[in-house]
Design a protein. Structure first.
Length: 137
């Protein structure tokens, strides 16, 4: 299996591929880790391909906030579609959500993934998704 060269954006050193137990205390699979910067990223299941970019504590916090703003939108669509078609796939609703988000953010679909975003982009996700939050006025 290919090990990718993942460079830490904070110190420019190469991250190491390690078991996630060194961060979480329990193994959830492999991660790329820059220990001095406390920056890490998980990998796609069954691969060594990073899920996004290395993120330090601050960026991880903003990514969680961005997902909290964005995920309910595509999940709501999934619920609606599943009520109409029980064979509708989660990936279709999520992909449709990212298509919409890419347009709102002025990015190509390939550039639009929260796993690759920086703090400013995460803040923009929250800004564009907030008007669509259930209960928003």
């Amino acid at each position: 299996m290919k090990i990718h060269t993942v460079v830490c954006p904070y110190c420019s050193e190469k991250a190491k591929l390690v078991d996630s137990a060194c961060v979480y205390g329990k193994s959830y699979g492999l991660i790329y880790l820059c220990k001095p910067c406390d920056a890490y990223v998980g990998v796609h299941k069954g691969t060594n391909t990073p899920l996004g970019r290395l993120a330090n504590k601050d960026l991880r916090s903003w990514k969680m906030k961005a997902h909290a703003a964005f995920d309910p939108l595509w999940q709501r669509k999934l619920g609606i579609k599943l009520s109409q078609d029980p064979h509708y796939k989660k990936k279709f609703a999520r992909g449709s959500g990212y298509n919409w988000l890419s347009q709102q953010m002025g990015l190509t679909r390939q550039e639009c993934h929260i796993g690759m975003f920086d703090i400013e982009q995460c803040k923009k996700v929250i800004e564009v998704c907030s008007p669509f939050k259930l209960g928003a006025k």
